[in-house]
Design a protein around this ligand. Structure first.
Ligand SMILES: CC(C)(COP(=O)(O)OP(=O)(O)OC[C@H]1O[C@@H](n2cnc3c(N)ncnc32)[C@H](O)[C@@H]1OP(=O)(O)O)[C@@H](O)C(=O)NCCC(=O)NCCS
Length: 170
């Protein structure tokens, strides 16, 4: 069975390779320090039967952020104050050997579920992501992420879309 859990020492960070060196480096060198200092949280997808050090199939990181509502598409910006809280899906990646098997989709669903936990506690208008390139943008658009007009690689997933996706998957 696959499960999502917070990144810990028991996970084999060195064995992870998603094919993108900046993402690999973040995962290996920065993610745990950021979690300890409250800068971001990283969650890993693992097989619960794996022995230690547990191989990591994929990961994502989340952090809190503040957004200027004027940067949103007009329909989304309506009736919002100027500054609003949200959650940023800072990074998301699947190990090369495990790509193309639906794990990326599981990670996006996991990030939406984590967003709902934050939303229930502190609010937030949705999830933001900076796609690293046009292909990553297409990947996120599959889940209902919409483009931010001022920045073609920044995308936004409104809370309503997240609520619908999470309740459909329950
Ligand atoms: C992008 C990435 C996370 C996709 O993970 P994956 O496990 O291969 O994706 P899945 O198998 O869950 O695919 C889910 C859906 O997205 C589609 N998809 C996968 N990669 C895609 C891509 N690069 N571009 C467009 N669509 C893509 C799949 O065809 C699938 O569509 P379907 O549900 O209609 O069949 C993975 O390729 C990766 O880690 N790449 C390197 C890092 C990266 O680019 N991260 C993106 C964030 S910046």
């Amino acid at each position: 069975m696959l499960k999502l859990e917070p990144l810990a020492r028991s996970h084999n960070r060195d064995g992870f390779d998603c094919g993108s060196e900046p993402l690999n480096l973040f995962f290996k060198q920065t993610a745990r320090q950021h979690a300890e200092r409250g800068i971001s949280r990283t969650f890993v997808l693992v097989d619960e039967e794996s022995p230690q050090p547990i191989p990591v199939l994929g990961f994502f990181s989340l952090n809190l952020c503040q957004i200027k509502s004027e940067t949103l598409p007009a329909a989304e910006a309506k009736r919002l104050p100027r500054d609003v809280g949200a959650v940023r899906l800072g990074r998301l990646a699947v190990d090369l050997e495990n790509q193309g098997q639906g794990l990326g989709k599981m990670l996006v669903m996991g990030a939406m579920q984590k967003f709902m936990e934050i939303f229930r506690t502190a609010g937030g208008i949705g999830l933001f992501v900076d796609a690293k390139d046009a292909k990553a943008k297409q990947f996120y658009e599959k889940f209902g992420f919409i483009a931010i007009p001022a920045n073609e690689l920044e995308l936004f997933l409104p809370v309503k879309t997240i609520e619908d996706a999470v309740s459909e998957s329950a």
